[in-house]
Design a protein around this ligand. Structure first.
Ligand SMILES: [Cu+2]
Length: 459
């Protein structure tokens, strides 16, 4: 692939903050001082003005659970029963809800993401999470009345791995919600957390990022999360907050966190894979992470898209990473927010094992640019229709060519391959059986070289 690109370097320019970033969520224990102080500031700022956190808490309280009320047919968010149409909505609703808060935080500073509290590991009131300059000060400031550890039920790592062995999505969702992996963090914290107004405590979002990560890991293994309902409370297309009417969210569309550009990072490494840059939510997709970014394994940057990786430490592009001709991609080491000297665990881990392999190029962004003469003899997709598709999809190229088509699902698995000869019209049929969601179509030439990449949607 490299011969398609001119690898050029130029002097770092100051990049102004003007858009959301994708979310790369790490453990709270791996956050840098910069991230902690910016996140805490953003949380305090969110209580001013329209007060999104209070709105989320009130909504969560209003629709918590109605199974025992006079009208048990009302939709609700928690502890649903097997015969209710919204029976497994707990996971998707909380995924969407913490994403809403995260976006509001990124409006304030796009370089921060939510982080997760792995309560199967961090079980002490002395953990840094509860420090006065982390989440500790909110207890007094927002009258949360926490009582850390008084109801001492936190999950064990085995509780988490046991969940991974469950095959049925509803059973998984139900056990996760009712047992310690979810309940533990709520009751252990005390105060607002064990109540329907729990989203008033900022630790709610750290706790639910952990729950969301557990679902993400389960889905990676089982790939069969499905929902009976096709819309969710608050995200049913009617709810308005601060002058904005929220669009409808089908929970079946968000079974993969990457649909929202959300990635979970661990051990100081943001591993970005199985993702196709689409610019759906933002005109520019920025992957910002305070440590190492590694991208590969079917991370695709299609033509016509704009994206950027920013790290304070290291960016490593491995086989499987592809920036296609016609895309705009930058990798930037962010010197403005370089990790300060008094930093945490993850810095130690990362720096010991990876002592700056790119030290000579550390402060220069890498830019991929296609050259005109190479682009000229490549076929390009001029149409893919219908998109969204149901039964078949037709791809029109600007010129006749011998090629093959590969179709991948969002997990990066190739699910179809078909060869075509001397044609500019590629028809892929019999697609009824595919589940709804995003797919990527690659057109490759006789040498296996990728000509074009297109993201399509199955209804
Ligand atoms: Cu909840």
């Amino acid at each position: 692939m490299n011969k398609n690109y001119l690898l050029t370097f130029f002097v770092s320019i100051c990049l102004t903050i003007s858009c959301y970033a994708q979310s790369i969520r790490k453990g709270f224990d791996e956050m840098t001082d910069y991230e902690i102080s910016e996140l805490v500031d953003a949380l305090y700022l969110l209580r001013e003005g329209p007060d999104l956190m209070n709105d989320l808490a009130t909504f969560h309280g209003d629709f918590f659970n109605f199974d025992n009320t006079a009208d048990p047919t009302r939709l609700d968010l928690h502890f649903n029963l097997p015969d209710e149409p919204e029976r497994e909505i707990f996971l998707a609703w909380h995924r969407r809800m913490i994403f809403e808060l995260e976006q509001a935080m990124q409006d304030i500073n796009p370089e921060i993401s939510l982080a997760f509290w792995d309560s199967s590991v961090y079980q002490s009131p002395l953990d840094a999470l509860w420090d006065e300059d982390f989440l500790g000060s909110f207890d007094t400031a927002w009258a949360l009345n926490r009582n850390l550890g008084a109801d001492n039920r936190l999950p064990t790592p085995t509780d988490v791995t046991n969940l991974m062995t469950i095959n049925d999505f509803f059973v998984f969702s139900n056990i996760l919600e009712r047992q310690d992996v979810h309940r533990g963090g709520h009751v252990w914290t005390g105060g607002a957390m064990p109540t329907p107004l729990s989203p008033r405590d900022p630790v709610f979002y750290f706790h639910h990022s952990f729950v969301d990560k557990v679902w993400h890991e389960w889905e990676t293994i089982h790939q069969n999360s499905t929902f009976m309902t096709t819309s969710m409370l608050r995200y049913d297309g009617t709810y308005t907050f601060d002058g904005e009417t929220y669009s409808l969210v089908d929970p079946n569309d968000i079974t993969d966190t990457r649909v929202y550009g959300v990635f979970y990072a661990e051990n100081g490494l943001a591993q970005l894979d199985n993702y196709i840059v689409s610019n759906t939510y933002n005109p520019e997709e920025v992957f910002y992470y305070q440590f190492n970014i590694e991208a590969g394994n079917n991370f695709l940057i299609p033509a016509g898209t704009v994206s950027r990786f920013e790290s304070v430490n290291e960016i490593n592009l491995t086989p499987g990473f592809e920036a296609v001709p016609g895309s705009s991609f930058q990798a930037v080491i962010d010197t403005d927010n370089a990790i300060s000297s008094k930093q945490s665990l993850a810095v130690k881990t990362v720096r010991k094992s990876n002592p700056y392999p790119y030290s000579d190029k550390l402060f220069e962004p890498i830019v991929w640019e296609e050259t005109d003469d190479l682009l000229n003899d490549k076929p390009v997709i001029i149409a893919a229709h219908p998109n969204p598709f149901t039964e078949k999809i037709t791809i029109n190229l600007n010129k006749r060519t011998d090629c093959a088509i590969e179709v991948f699902n969002m997990m990066g698995m190739k699910i179809r391959e078909e060869a075509f000869q001397n044609t500019d019209t590629l028809v892929i049929k019999n697609l009824y059986g595919l589940s709804s969601g995003f797919y990527v179509i690659r057109v490759i030439d006789g040498d296996g070289e990728i000509l074009v990449v297109k993201r399509v949607i199955k209804l």
